[in-house]
Write a protein that binds this ligand. Structure first.
Ligand SMILES: [Zn+2]
Length: 62
């Protein structure tokens, strides 16, 4: 792991594949398009969803 330290708020950390922080109005869990919800890509943990297979996406957006 290398990057910026981000420990502002406890709870669910944001994921690279998230459209918005978890809990944002109008967004919700969705299958990660990068790994199709498997959480893995070619045997490695998916970075977009941090291996969870779930990302936070906007709902009902145009
Ligand atoms: Zn993924």
């Amino acid at each position: 792991m290398s990057g910026t330290p981000s420990s502002t708020s406890a709870g669910t950390p944001g994921k690279p594949g998230d459209d918005a922080p978890v809990g944002t109005e109008g967004t919700g869990d969705d299958i990660c398009p990068e790994c199709q919800g498997t959480g893995r890509i070619e045997g490695r943990s998916c970075e977009a969803c941090r291996g969870t297979g779930i990302v936070n996406k906007g709902i009902g957006g145009a």
